[in-house]
Design a protein around this ligand. Structure first.
Ligand code: G3P
Ligand code: MG
Length: 256
């Protein structure tokens, strides 16, 4: 397994790559995260109009590309023409929206991935088939042992486990869907392998619960040294950070 929450295998996760320094969810951000010492890259996937898994956080193109409207309204060929770096700074022009396949090609033999399956927040459309497509690509690149899947959408969580019980799936805590349930109860309900939540949600009470049940916990998004130390002391198995270089330093200082 990729993780178990001990100091030997605490996981440094580059959130959307090294997204503090490079445009999020681009190959430049992923390469930088790897070079900075991240052990896992987190990326968000959606489907193009022609059902190809593409790497982008929002269901609309407006914030992180020079396109507009829904990702789902454009074919891969159309999406590939967009610039995904310019919004972050002129010097980043020329970046494009990666496909999941492109990221797998890069990661193979180098770094683990957390593939976060996004569903349409605005339309609440369940992206039929996105899980199968992701799983098949991961298989194609023989990356099964190096991928953690996750989603805020519990339909996707259930579906992933139905497709293959052996894959590692993290349940992303979603307040609306999870009223007053403890992490261990949610993880059991969905037969998940890990629990992911915001650092603000991860209270001492939750830490006790997840430790008692031996559940690995990954918290996002932690970009400050003091907060990283606090979360590590609280027993998390990994941290999502936009600054994997800083997290690397904190981890090395704490355990060496
Ligand atoms: O998977 C952790 C984190 O990425 C979840 O939130 O909005 O950054 O995808 P978001
Ligand atoms: Mg994400």
């Amino acid at each position: 397994k990729l993780y178990s929450g001990s100091e030997d295998n605490f996981v440094i996760i580059g959130h959307r790559g090294a997204s503090a320094y490079y445009p999020e969810n681009t190959m430049a951000a992923f390469r930088a995260a790897y070079e900075m010492g991240a052990e896992m890259i987190e990326l968000d996937i959606l489907l193009s109009k022609d059902s190809v898994p593409v790497v982008i956080h929002d269901e609309t193109l407006d914030r992180t590309t020079n396109g507009t409207g829904l990702v789902a309204d454009y074919t891969l060929t159309e999406l590939r023409k967009l610039d995904a770096g310019l919004w972050f700074g002129r010097e980043h022009a020329g970046e494009h929206i990666p496909t999941l396949e492109e990221v797998l090609q890069f990661a193979k033999g180098k770094i683990a991935l957390n593939i976060e399956i996004k569903t349409e927040a605005v339309t609440d459309d369940y992206l039929e088939g996105i899980e199968e497509k992701a799983l098949n690509l991961v298989k194609k690149y023989e990356m099964e042992d190096y991928v953690l899947y996750s989603s805020f959408d519990y339909r996707a969580i259930s579906h992933l486990k139905q497709l293959d019980v052996d894959i590692s799936v993290a349940l992303l805590y979603e307040k609306k869907q999870s009223t007053r349930r403890l992490p261990s109860e949610l993880v059991e309900d969905y037969t998940a392998d890990a629990f992911n939540c915001s650092r603000r949600q991860f209270t001492k009470r939750w830490a006790e619960d997840t430790q008692r049940h031996n559940i690995p916990v990954f918290v996002y998004t932690v970009n400050k040294e003091r907060q990283m130390e606090k979360m590590i002391k609280r027993g998390v198995s990994g941290i999502f950070s936009d600054k994997p270089d800083l997290l690397r330093r904190v981890v090395d200082n704490m355990w060496k």
